[in-house]
Design a protein around this ligand. Sequence first.
Ligand SMILES: Cc1cc2nc3c(=O)[nH]c(=O)nc-3n(C[C@H](O)[C@H](O)[C@H](O)COP(=O)(O)O)c2cc1C
Length: 223
Amino acid sequence: MKSRQPWVVGVSGASGTPYAAAVLRGLLAAGESVDLVVSRASRLTLLDETGISFRDAHWREDLAAWLARGADGKPDTFDVSDALDDVRYWAAGDLAAGPSSGSYPAKGMLVVPASTAAVAGVALGLSKDLLQRTASVTLKERRPLVVAVRETPLNGQTLKHMVALDEAGAVVLPASPAFYAGATHIQDLVDFVAGRVLDAAGVPHRLYRRWEGELGGATPRSD
Ligand SMILES: Cc1cc2nc3c(=O)[nH]c(=O)nc-3n(C[C@H](O)[C@H](O)[C@H](O)COP(=O)(O)O)c2cc1C
């Protein structure tokens, strides 16, 4: 039997919970297994941005509600029914959780969105919660780590932390949507960033239209 080898997705308390939902949907649609860590602070942004109160004890139903919601507030077409079977949830305070050890068979980690606090914590190796510990483990094991920073403007400290992460082998990926892919909805902009996160992880997807070398080639979608 093939052993389970998940991507760890760490959701920290920066604005941008729709980015996390889009990455999670993309991973599950690609047939990837997911281990999910939701920081304490991200529950505030999730509540603010979606109205969902995320609870450890009811993570499955709260995650289902989150993934079923598009960034425009409309239902997403993603079918969550069976997809959540490939998700394993770990409480952010559980420092004995599987992903806290380098011997846990994770493929790598995607921190999306990444707060400046998470960027600092990972750059400095603080491991103050499971998200930061898992990111440090990912670096020490030389596995892919993608950090989708969401803050603007950036102070010098955060810029230095981002350089430290880059030098440690992480992909620092600002949550910075582009407009050349023909976006007409907020979800298109979200999917562009989520698609770039999946590109950095080498996970196939069809979340955005790729640049094909022609100016004006990205005509808006008709729906
Ligand atoms: C509504 C709301 C929006 C926030 N947006 C951001 C943000 O975009 N970027 C950021 O770095 N921090 C943001 N924060 C602050 C972080 O949540 C805070 O620094 C927290 O300590 C991050 O902790 P974590 O990295 O453990 O999740 C926001 C906080 C709230 C309540």
